[in-house]
Design a protein around this ligand. Structure first.
Ligand code: PMP
Length: 294
């Protein structure tokens, strides 16, 4: 992720990554009490573009508000800091990781201090570019009454790590998690869509992270004139679907081959997912061409 030259943004300054330290008594390290984002930048004809940068920093601010971590940064200053960070590290196509973490405090009370760190590095497609073989996880997504599921909070990712590792140990590429009522929810780090009879379906908000890629895919689907349904769906509905895909900033749009023993019958290249994958790829890399298409 870093070398001797890598620069980080930390508390409104730029510092060398290999000279930076954290406090071992940090409340975030012990209790997972922090918030983060995952953003991507793309090299476009008009220079480097941090895709939906404002939306990501707004979600970071919202995550902190929901879990009551003081956050006194503006979206604009963090967007500017991100561009500066990319320049300093000579990065164009990058993955960007902002993290809000708390200082020394071994109690469960309010944080004593809060830091904002942004790192960036080169990162290929998170889930690869092959069609995924998923398994329905034995872990469900955390109940929204236990935590703020719509916030991207560090500690929530123990659930994601457990689900991914369980899937891999069982020989699958990735997990698919249900919500605590047994309805389809999302992947450990991506949202789910599926296709049936030419229509597109995705779990409604409430038990999932409101993915920024999910919103983008919904916008693209609308532009393509597709019929869309957001709702509560059972895994049996998925086991009758024609095709399916995951989407997220790190994963982008990635097709799903199968879920447990069910293999989607439609050829990926003929699916709505592939159309949306191409539209997404064009939107992030050649935003003006995409605009001209419509
Ligand atoms: N769900 C979860 C649990 C995630 O961690 C992510 C990645 N942030 C997503 C969905 C997709 O969100 P986004 O499109 O904003 O990256």
């Amino acid at each position: 992720y870093f070398n001797n030259e890598t620069v980080l943004y930390l508390d409104r300054r730029f510092v060398k990554a290999n000279e930076s330290t954290t406090d071992l008594y940090s409340q975030t390290l012990h209790y997972g009490y922090g918030a983060f984002e995952g953003i991507r930048s793309y090299e476009t004809e008009h220079g480097t573009n941090v895709f939906k940068a404002e939306e990501h920093y707004k979600r970071l601010k919202k995550s902190c508000e929901l879990v009551k971590i003081p956050f006194d940064y503006t979206v604009q200053e963090l967007v500017e800091a991100t561009y500066e960070l990319l320049k300093k590290n000579n990065l164009k196509n990058a993955y960007i990781r902002p993290l809000v973490y708390c200082g020394q405090n071994m109690s469960l009370s309010k944080p004593t201090s809060v830091s904002v760190m942004i790192a960036a590095w080169d990162w290929g497609a998170y889930l690869g570019d092959k069609l995924l073989r998923l398994t329905v996880s034995s872990y469900c997504r955390p109940h929204p009454k236990s935590i703020h599921i719509e916030a991207k909070v560090c500690g929530h990712y123990v659930n994601s790590i457990l689900a991914t590792n369980e899937a891999k140990e069982n020989g699958f590429d990735e997990a698919l998690l249900l919500d605590s009522d047994g309805f389809l929810a999302e992947g450990p780090g991506a949202n789910l869509f599926f296709e049936k009879d030419g229509k597109l379906f995705t779990p409604q908000l409430g038990n999932i992270l409101p993915g920024i890629t999910r919103s983008t895919v919904l916008e693209l689907a609308e532009q393509l004139g597709l019929e869309l349904h957001q709702g509560k769906f059972t895994k049996e509905a998925l086991f009758q679907a024609d095709s399916a895909f995951f989407c997220g900033t790190a994963a982008e749009v990635v097709g799903i081959l199968s879920v447990d023993t069910y293999q989607f019958p439609k050829n990926w290249n003929d699916s709505l997912g592939k159309k949306l994958q191409d539209a997404y790829s064009l939107l992030v890399r050649e935003p003006l061409k995409q605009l001209n298409l419509n």
